[in-house]
Design a protein around this ligand. Sequence first.
Ligand code: MG
Length: 163
Amino acid sequence: MRIGIGYDLHRMRDGIPLRIGAVAIPFPRGPEGHSDGDVLLHALADALLGAAGLGDIGDAFPDTDPKTAGMDSQRIVEDALRQVVDRGFEVENVDAIVHAEVPKIKPYRDAIRSSIAGLLGVDVERVGLKAKTGEGIGEVGRGEAIAAEVAVLLTETLRGKAT
Ligand code: MG
């Protein structure tokens, strides 16, 4: 078994679409970023790569590359998953925390869990998601930023290619 963690934070700005776990959330502010700024998917991709000892999302998708500007972050997760599977791992479960003062994430929790489960090809019961506010303090609490933490557990498949 291999465990991985991922973390991401993006600054929030007016007039940018908000997507969390590839779910569009109606809100007048969203994350600045080179891609679509999906903090949860970026943290997830880093957790997948980290669990398999494969670096981070900046290696495959540098934020200096014009080709990745505005890209759908689902592609980043798909790429990370492919690398992990190619090395003989499968996803056992995922647990995640989204840190956001606003909007409230809870109404979207199950949609986000389903979205991530679909991306990873696992049952939705294998995806945990919690939402936390910043208690009104710090960059998250002031609504200036949104962040996510993700833990992933991988297991070696019977192919046994993992090293
Ligand atoms: Mg990011």
